[in-house]
Design a protein around this ligand. Structure first.
Ligand SMILES: [Zn+2]
Length: 73
């Protein structure tokens, strides 16, 4: 399990993209911890963002900031 730092987006960058509101915390079965690009809070635990479309925007339940998955290696 790794810790993934999400990339912070501006509201303009997040416009017209699909959105997931992670709420207090989203928990998956297996995967990584994903950290908000704005406030550093863990937004998703044991969550595999691999199958999620790369333009998905994740809204933090703590700071309402929009983040995206980091560019794939
Ligand atoms: Zn945040």
């Amino acid at each position: 399990m790794a810790r993934i730092q999400l990339t912070a987006l501006t509201p303009e960058e997040a416009e017209n993209r699909p959105v997931i509101h992670t709420g207090v915390s989203m928990m998956g079965l297996q995967g990584d911890d994903c950290v908000c690009g704005h406030c550093g809070r863990v937004m998703m635990t044991n969550f595999d963002i691999g199958p999620i479309r790369p333009d998905m925007v994740y809204i933090c339940g703590n700071c309402d900031g929009a983040s995206a998955a980091p560019p794939r290696q």
